[in-house]
Design a protein around this ligand. Structure first.
Ligand code: UD1
Ligand code: CA
Length: 457
């Protein structure tokens, strides 16, 4: 059965109260529409999914230009039936159409596969679910033989119909040839004056077309997002799902309710992640690492047995095994640390390669630098990499010792094994193996301090 996927995403989402289109709001660091496209793309449809866009559509298209989808515009949002109709000219008659919603982000590929595999070619398939609070959703009406006969929108429902807990997810599998026949016949004589896609179910019933239904494993899969409260609660469901997977893989989450993955994490065994850790972008964590509380890891690779102490921000960095970072470290893009490097509190690094076993333990800025191995950089060392126009490079050889509170004015090279006296401001290269220092010599003069009384008189 040839499959075409259509994602309805043209609506405004008034209840989000937002300047952005609803489908661009994020869940787990990814837009709602991307979630749907990702699940749909794992099905074996030959053509890319069709996305019906409309409200603030240019913004949606621009922001999601990287997606492999076919964009079809619905210029006026006249209802779900009208929205789907816009896709029909692009779909051959013998295809089946899987209808998804841009605001129902957590639908699983497996659930869609069940719907696809268990609905016969001549039938219509629909995902339904039981909600303890079905407020706002379309209700499934069944006959005495338990067959689905129609769907009623809450706004058009009687009190008795509203009491029904079985809801319409809005996700269907329908042969294109039925849609081509039925959609042009829809009317908008209902409370919302919209062309309801749901009306095709009573047409199907009249034409004796079998309606098959499936249910998702978790009801959250078919929860639509209409406001920010629903967005927040689905976010928590998503994070809990992610946390469970990680724990099954051998990760210790000290509190899975205070863990947030907003991207993709590949992780080894026996990693312990403390509370309030946020993981963004693509992150790889090796075995036996410890990630301290209140830490942000974004696009980072960590080797094995890395320890990140509390309150550190690590972004765009490659960190080899056995490094120890933080607390309160800021590791910025382009940082590469060799094994056993220590970066301590209030250390900031950027665009720097720091080789094996080098220690920068306190209050330093290392930018645009190439630091050798076994170097010791004292507290308060600054690489002065910016002269107001250009960024310049600092090179520090292996085994160098940089005394505290040193300013290295780049471009500059500190030779291998060099020692730099504390408090130096260096503007020229320092030779290897020698002591270099640049500071006023210390003097002591005879001196007696005036007492307070003498001063006043
Ligand atoms: C719809 C269903 C309802 C179901 C619910 C599940 C109808 C009439 N009702 O209601 O039975 O329980 O979904 O979430 O179908 N859209 C367009 N163009 C339009 C209108 C909507 O593209 O002209 C898109 C929206 O962007 C959204 C989806 O269709 O992604 C659903 O539209 P929405 O208005 O949210 O429908 P509901 O009232 O939630
Ligand atoms: Ca909706």
């Amino acid at each position: 059965m040839a499959l075409s996927i259509v994602i309805l995403a043209a609506g405004q989402g008034k209840r989000m109260n937002s300047q952005f289109p609803k489908v661009l709001h994020q869940l787990g660091g990814k837009t709602l529409l991307e979630h749907v496209v990702t699940s749909a793309s794992k099905l074996n449809s030959i053509e890319p999914p069709i996305v019906i866009y409309g409200h603030q559509g240019e913004q949606v298209k621009h922001r999601l230009a990287h997606l492999n989808v076919q964009w079809v515009e619905q210029t006026q949002q006249l209802g779900t039936g009208h929205a789907l109709q816009q896709a029909l000219p692009f779909i051959p008659d013998h295809y089946s159409v899987l209808v998804l919603y841009g605001d129902v982000p957590l639908i699983r590929t497996d659930t869609l596969k069940n719907l696809f595999n268990n609905t016969s070619k001549e039938a219509i398939g629909i995902l339904t679910a039981y909600f303890s609070d079905p407020t706002g959703l379309g209700r499934i009406i069944r006959d005495s033989e338990n067959n689905i006969i129609r769907i009623i929108e809450e706004k058009d429902a009687t009190a008795e119909e509203r009491a029904i807990k079985e809801i319409n997810s809005g996700i269907y599998l329908i042969p294109a040839r039925y849609l081509k026949k039925w959609l042009p016949t829809l009317n908008n004589q209902n409370t919302q004056q919209e062309y309801y896609l749901t009306d095709i179910f009573s047409i199907a019933k009249k034409e004796n077309i079998f309606i098959h239904n499936e249910m998702p494993t978790d009801y959250q899969e078919v929860l639509g997002i209409n406001d920010r409260i629903q967005l927040a609660s689905l976010e928590r469901f998503y994070q809990w799902d992610v946390a469970k997977k990680l724990m099954h893989q051998g990760v210790t989450l000290l509190d899975p309710h205070r863990f947030d993955l907003r991207g993709h994490l590949t992780v080894g065994q026996d990693v312990a992640i403390d509370i309030n850790v946020i993981i963004e972008g693509n992150v790889i964590i090796g075995n036996r690492c410890i990630i301290g509380p209140n830490t942000l890891l974004r696009n980072v690779t960590l080797g094995d047995e890395v320890t990140i102490h509390a309150n550190s921000i690590i972004d765009g960095a490659e960190i080899a095994s056995h490094c120890v970072i933080g607390p309160f470290a800021r590791v910025r893009p382009g940082t590469q640390l060799g094994q056993y490097v220590h970066l301590g509190n209030f250390v900031e690094t950027k665009n720097s390669i720091i080789a094996e076993a080098t220690k920068i333990n306190h209050l330093s800025y290392i930018g645009d630098s190439d630091v050798g191995s076994h170097v010791n950089i004292g507290a308060g060392t600054i690489t002065c990499n910016y002269d107001g126009i250009n960024k310049n490079k600092t090179v520090i050889g292996n085994d160098a010792f940089i005394g505290s509170n040193t300013a290295l004015i780049a471009p500059i090279t500190i030779g291998q094994g060099a020692t730099i006296g504390a408090g130096s401001t260096l503007t020229r290269n320092a030779p290897p193996e020698q002591l270099t220092l640049s500071r006023a010599e210390q003097r002591s003069l005879a001196w007696s301090r005036k007492t307070k009384k003498e001063k006043e008189s």
